[in-house]
Ligand binder design. Structure first.
Ligand SMILES: C[S@@+](CC[C@H](N)C(=O)[O-])C[C@H]1O[C@@H](n2cnc3c(N)ncnc32)[C@H](O)[C@@H]1O
Length: 233
């Protein structure tokens, strides 16, 4: 499957952008919001800190972090798909969050000599990068000394385990058929392959340690369907 080719990923997210929030809420029954809140609570952003939401999409994590770093901190939401980022900007205007900066960039091409953050979060983004290790290196380089980061994504379960079977059933019998109603089944059917190519928790931990993170932990959520990786520099 060629989904990881740079332009394909960008094309997919530009194409699904107009239904992204709606389908996310429907397909997870709103649970993605709880998982994102869990990630932010584990990371504990505080007033005055400077945070980045990488692969920010429509900006859910940016908005959650923003509430924690007020009144003197900052949040930068970064994504390389113009149309999905446009939705984040529009939501930001409606909510009145004027202080979040939005940048259209490939996160693997950010110049870490020019930008540094106290904290980084990324949800459902690392799995979509052409190279997960490079993504983690980018996070490491973008963090200030003692900075911390957290990644939320699908958990890659052991092949044929109950959670793996549950995930396949959910993706094949719920996600793809529902997205078909909106003519987006091709775009949503890539998820199963992307999880297969995404490292499991142990592997994510070993990549993070190799990249240089001092403290690394991984926890699973919702019957091992989702995973959160917490990294400290
Ligand atoms: C599944 S969405 C997640 C969006 C949001 N973080 C969320 O949890 O709802 C993945 C996002 O990653 C972005 N993305 C993928 N590869 C990227 C890259 N190399 N640089 C920047 N953004 C990227 C896509 O455009 C898309 O908006």
């Amino acid at each position: 499957m060629q989904y990881k080719k740079y332009n394909n990923v960008k094309t997919i997210f530009n194409k699904i952008s107009y239904k992204y929030d709606f389908l996310n809420n429907l397909l997870s029954l709103g649970l993605h919001k709880l998982w994102k809140r869990k990630l932010v609570n584990l990371l504990q952003p505080i007033d005055g800190e400077n945070w980045a939401d990488l692969c920010c999409g429509t900006g859910d994590l940016s908005f959650l972090i923003y509430k924690k770093i007020l009144p003197t901190g900052s949040v930068t939401g970064i994504d390389n798909a113009r149309e999905i980022l446009e939705l984040a900007k529009q939501k930001s205007k409606i909510i009145g969050h004027k202080l979040i900066k939005w940048e259209m960039k490939d996160i693997l091409e950010i110049d870490h000599n020019k930008q540094k953050f106290d904290g980084i979060c990324i949800s459902y983004g690392l799995r979509n990068l052409v190279n997960v290790e490079k993504g983690m290196e980018t996070m490491f380089n973008l963090l200030n000394e003692k900075g911390r980061a957290g990644c939320l994504d699908f958990n890659h379960s052991r092949e044929n385990s109950i959670s793996d079977l549950f995930q396949k059933i959910y993706l094949r019998l719920i996600v793809v058929p529902i997205s078909r109603i909106f003519q987006l089944s091709n775009e949503y059917s890539y998820i199963e392959d992307s999880i297969k190519n995404y490292p499991d928790g142990d592997k994510l931990i070993s990549i993070a340690k190799k990249v240089g993170f001092r403290k690394v932990s991984y926890l699973t959520l919702f019957f091992r369907q989702m995973g959160i990786l917490i990294l400290e520099k």
